[in-house]
Design a binder for this molecule. Structure first.
Ligand code: HEM
Length: 204
């Protein structure tokens, strides 16, 4: 009885871990392949790296229309690393780089990194929305980026149901992540893609 309970708890833990890992995902409109984490809500966060990682990566955030904002975190904790936040605004999507110093609506990031949308994978329709982007310079400072040369590392995710009040502004205040938030085990080795340069060249 005790043994079977231990086995059951162990099985639960390993399946919970497996659910937090990234897996291959091809964004259908842009054809870009990511290592992506998908939450049961439909939220998704993916990354693609060049064969030799530099200062940039290509990212993807998408969610059902019921999700007001979605965020990707370049580390497993809310405070410290770069946060990429996106939300739909009409037929388009607004992206914003943030950095939190405490657990409240994170202010805009003031460093040199930039988000450049990739049009083919960036849209909003009645059922869901998608933001595909080049995160330019996002890995230049190891204090805010992930360890791109490691085979794997921990990232984070967050999503909130309530859209920002001022959807048109990239500096809009955010509501709490009531859809969920937590860490992700990202496979950087498998995020490397030979098509990277051609995909990155499409960023505006
Ligand atoms: C109004 C905005 C926000 C508030 C008030 C807030 C608040 C909090 C609080 C209180 C926690 C502790 C555990 C929990 O309650 O879930 C937390 C955790 C977390 N948050 Fe936020 N957050 C906000 C926005 C964001 C954004 C934009 C991101 C990422 C893009 C983010 C990523 C995370 C992650 C990954 C965790 C889990 C790890 C940790 O506890 O550090 N949060 N947040």
């Amino acid at each position: 009885m005790l043994l079977s309970s231990i086995v059951a708890v162990f099985a639960l833990c390993t399946s919970a871990l497996a659910q937090r890992a990234t897996a291959p995902f091809t964004e259908p409109k842009s054809g870009i392949t990511f290592q992506a984490y998908k939450h049961t809500s439909g939220y998704q966060f993916g990354i693609a790296l060049p064969p030799k990682p530099g200062n940039d990566f290509i990212g993807h955030l998408s969610a059902p229309a019921s999700v007001g904002w979605a965020g990707g975190d370049l580390g497993p904790k809310m405070v410290g690393k770069l946060l990429i936040v996106a939300w739909p605004n009409g037929g388009s999507v607004v992206g914003s780089l943030r950095r939190a110093t405490r657990k409240s609506s994170p202010p805009p990031y003031t460093g040199a990194a930039k988000l450049k949308p990739i049009a083919a994978g960036t849209y909003a329709n009645a059922s869901h929305w998608s933001y595909t982007f080049l995160c330019e310079g996002c890995l230049a400072d190891p204090a805010v980026g992930f360890a791109k040369d490691a085979p794997a590392g921990d990232l984070g995710w967050a999503a909130g149901a309530r859209a920002p009040a001022d959807k048109a502004s990239a500096n809009a205040g955010l509501s709490y992540h009531n859809v969920g938030a937590g860490s992700i085990q990202a496979n950087f080795a498998q995020a490397k893609a030979t098509g990277y340069d051609a995909w990155a060249a499409k960023a505006a």
